[in-house]
Write a protein that binds this ligand. Sequence first.
Ligand SMILES: [Zn+2]
Length: 82
Amino acid sequence: MIRFIILIFAGYLGFKLAQRIVAHFFSRKIQGSPPPPEVESEELVQDPVCKTFIPRRNALKAQKDGVDYFFCSEGCRKKFLR
Ligand SMILES: [Zn+2]
């Protein structure tokens, strides 16, 4: 009878452990997928004044004739808008 209880207890522990491993594996899989917005922020834009490529999030933006332009610095932006 005691052996039977030990067997059930061991089986229960094994099941709990397997559940934990599966949960860990799945949570890792979700974290592993790259978030799309981050990829978009790394997009490179070209400065029309000095022809330098800069990451879009670091660039200075200006609008001319309804078109967005991106610049590496305030100096380039002023030169373009002048
Ligand atoms: Zn520039």
